[in-house]
Design a protein around this ligand. Structure first.
Ligand code: TA6
Length: 311
């Protein structure tokens, strides 16, 4: 079974405005829509859309949980979240203007998770997860969670001989790295922070990536936005270049990329096909107004246009 763990899910409020976002200007929105947010939930959307059994879990505030559950169920996602009493599901505001240069995102902090609720969740995972399951932790917990508690969750999953996939940032990325998950995917900013020094060119990223070449992490991806991504796998390094698409909303592309990787693992794709599929589905997401949609026919067509270069 595949489990996706979103410790701090969100409701994305996607606001489209005419022209370009400008300080001091009153932008009269042309359309507002809502979608799922919080990262690992996107992975469940991808897997459910492709008929791969999975369960979305994590924490969900009591307040507005019906809105988030409605969004999940509309996308065919099976869910089993722990409800946090007297807390509310947070909102992420995504502003999309007409420049096609990328979205603006403002995210709320999210609920407080008490030690008792955290222990309940840990026990829930402990009793549910079996050997060889794939468990995806994507998105940071709300800032009140101690990184050591986060690491304990990851270590417990790994101790059950599961394939642990992690997409995290800040202190949580550092804890995840120490656990050595099956797959890890920092983006360019998160990787730069991990390295602790400026990385300006693709060559800088490639050179820095070599320091992370280790057999303990089966797949170490570094997503680089329009520059594509780097993959470290079995002492090899690959540069994956995405096809050019008309960008509408780049929100969620990284999360759908993880969804494509997890699907590829479940389907036992070759490394090359895995890179092509995940990159193509992420590119397709960029052409959509929402945070988590993609078009499967477009994905198939885009796969051939992805370049996978072994360096
Ligand atoms: O990556 C996209 C996204 O999950 C959005 O859907 C939005 O909810 C935001 O990121 C949440 O980011 P955060 O890091 O706060 O979990």
């Amino acid at each position: 079974m595949i489990y996706t763990v979103t410790l701090n899910p969100a409701i994305d409020r996607i606001v489209h405005i005419p022209g370009e976002l400008t300080r001091g200007q009153n932008h009269r929105s042309t359309a507002t829509s809502f979608d799922i947010g919080g990262k690992a939930t996107h992975v469940s959307v991808v897997l459910s859309s492709l008929n791969i059994a999975n369960i979305a879990t994590g924490f969900m505030g009591e307040g507005r949980k019906d809105v988030l559950i409605d969004l999940l169920e509309k996308k065919g996602v099976c869910h089993d979240f722990l409800t946090l009493p007297n807390e509310e599901v947070r909102e992420s505001i995504v502003i999309v203007d007409e420049t096609n240069k990328g979205s603006y995102m403002i995210t709320e902090k999210g609920p407080n998770v008490s030690p008792n609720m955290l222990q309940q969740f840990k026990e829930k995972l402990q009793t549910t997860i079996q050997k060889n399951d794939i468990v995806v932790f994507a998105g940071n917990p709300s800032t009140q969670m101690d990184p050591k508690d986060y690491r304990e969750l990851l270590e417990m999953i790994k101790s059950k001989h599961c394939r642990l996939v992690v997409d995290a940032s800040d202190r949580y990325l550092q804890e995840a790295l120490a656990v050595k998950p099956y797959l890890l995917k920092p983006n360019q900013y998160e990787f730069k922070e991990l390295i602790g020094k400026p990385l300006n060119t693709l060559e800088d990223y490639i050179h820095a990536a070599f320091h992370f070449m280790c057999d303990d992490i089966e797949y170490f991806f570094i997503s680089l936005g329009k520059e594509g991504s780097l993959l470290l796998h079995h002492q090899e390094i690959y540069h994956i270049i995405p096809p050019t698409v008309k960008q509408v909303n780049d929100t969620g592309c990284g999360d759908v990329f993880i969804g494509g990787l997890v699907y590829s693992i479940a389907q036992k794709f070759s490394v090359e096909k895995m890179c092509r599929f995940a990159t193509a589905i992420s590119a397709s997401k960029a052409t959509q107004h929402s945070s988590s949609d993609f078009e499967l026919e477009q994905v198939q067509a885009l796969m051939e246009k992805v370049k996978v270069n072994q360096l």
